[in-house]
Ligand binder design. Structure first.
Ligand SMILES: *Cc1c(COP(=O)(O)O)cnc(C)c1O
Length: 418
């Protein structure tokens, strides 16, 4: 019998096999037909310390025996309180408030609503959102509106709101980005906010830009009182070598979106952190000024228990040392494969490496991506190229042997194409 499941980002008409996964540990998972697969993309960028981390799994089990779920409007619980306190401790001090939601996309929706609420509650008509070219912020309507337009969202374009888009600050063209941002910020009415993926644009093709530009963009926004929203859903939790990518530019955003690694990648949870002025703009004795957002599972206790365990791991384990070691191991693998004639623009930021595979047409639907994906699975590696961009983003616990297997598999694919 065929499965009734409609999978995400999957063209069922191609009849590609969909393996059944039974269990995972560390940097690998296992399939029902007995295969061991190296998770080279951290199960779509979520797994940080490794799959089935004993401490996170224990926290989930312990919490599940106590309290499964409770309404969060007007009620609270210790796992959520501990996570909020832990986040305020570990994140930049200006981010004093924590709003829970369930996914990266919803953390972005919340950020956009906070920004508009901030201005509306001050009787300001600021409402425009500024974005960066090639950005990705999620797949809900608001998140798509602030992301790159293309084949992914063309059918929904009539529902997407208008934004101001600054060009991606590619090396040598940074000034155009800063000029465009300055230009948009000077408009009347001024924009409400600028949302950006700090240093590394993920789904846009693992595009990297410099801390200096991030700092300058933040400076321009501050000068025009345009709220600065950092979407660290992918870059957060050590991915780029530091807890937050923003740290590398000494940037503190007004609003910060976190998800993916918030629970170590074990269960879904997200937060949007905000500064005191943004919280205060909503605080009043007038119910009409409250922040109008909730979802059924806001701050689910079991998910919060996982996040609390993740925070404890960050406090007590040398996570950044592991991140640095993985970064170094990634760099030596990248240096080797970069010598291959089909490899273009090799780059690394923290634990992430990426390069383009030289092909004639480079859009997402080009065939090289799916062919590499299938080649890799046949060789026990989960890769999922973005068009002709191959990237490696493993869990921090991956060992040398499994990391080597990822690059050997990619090299074999490149050699077979010659
Ligand atoms: C993955 C991602 C999102 C969306 O997160 P979901 O949990 O998939 O909704 C948003 N922003 C960035 C930068 C992401 O990488």
């Amino acid at each position: 019998m065929t499965s009734p499941i409609w999978h995400p980002f999957t063209q069922h008409g191609l009849g590609e096999p969909i393996p059944l996964v039974t269990r995972a540990e560390g940097a690998v998972f296992h399939t029902a037909d007995g295969r061991r697969i190296v998770d080279a993309i951290s199960s779509w960028w979520v797994t940080t310390h490794g799959h089935n981390h004993p401490r996170i799994m224990a926290a989930i089990a312990e919490q599940a025996a106590k309290l499964d779920q409770i309404i969060f409007a007007g009620w609270t619980h210790e796992p959520a309180e501990a996570v909020a306190r832990g986040l305020v401790e570990i994140m930049p001090p200006a981010l004093t408030h924590v709003f829970f939601s369930d996914s990266g996309s919803t953390s972005v929706e919340v950020a956009l609503k906070m920004a508009l609420g901030f201005w509306a509650n001050q009787a300001s008509d600021r409402h425009r959102i500024l974005v960066m070219e090639h950005s990705y912020h999620g797949d809900t309507i608001g998140a798509m509106s602030v992301g790159e337009r293309g084949v992914f969202n063309r059918p929904y374009a009539p529902l997407l709101f208008d934004v101001g888009t600054v060009p991606f600050p590619a090396a040598g063209r940074e000034q155009a980005t800063l000029d465009a941002l300055e230009h948009y910020c000077r408009a009347t009415p001024a924009p409400a906010a600028f949302i950006v993926e700090p240093l590394l644009l993920g789904a846009g093709g693992m595009l990297v830009y410099t801390p200096a530009i991030l700092a300058e963009m933040r400076e321009i926004c501050a000068r025009h009182a345009v709220l600065f929203i950092a979407d660290e859903v992918m870059t957060g939790w050590g991915r780029t070598g530091t807890l937050l990518a923003c740290e590398q530019a000494a940037v503190v955003p007004d609003i910060l979106c976190l998800s993916k690694g918030l629970t170590g990648g074990a269960v879904p949870l997200a937060v949007t952190m905000a500064t005191t002025p943004i919280f205060e703009a909503h605080r009043s004795d007038d119910r009409a000024r409250m922040f109008f957002h909730s979802s059924s599972y806001t701050a689910n206790p079991i998910a919060c228990a996982a996040a609390r365990a993740n925070l404890a791991i960050w406090r007590e384990d040398p996570v950044l040392d592991r991140v640095a070691a993985l970064g170094a191991a990634q760099q030596s693998q990248l240096d080797r494969i970069a010598a291959h004639p089909a490899v273009r623009n090799p780059r690394r930021l923290g634990t992430v490496t990426a390069f383009e595979i030289d092909v004639a047409q480079g859009d997402y639907l080009s065939a090289v991506g799916p062919r590499l994906l299938h080649h890799a699975i046949d060789h026990g590696v989960l890769l999922r190229p973005l068009g002709n961009t191959m990237y490696v983003m493993p869990p921090y616990c991956i060992d040398e042997t499994d990391l080597d297997a990822i690059y050997r598999t990619a090299e074999a694919f490149l050699n077979a194409r010659d």
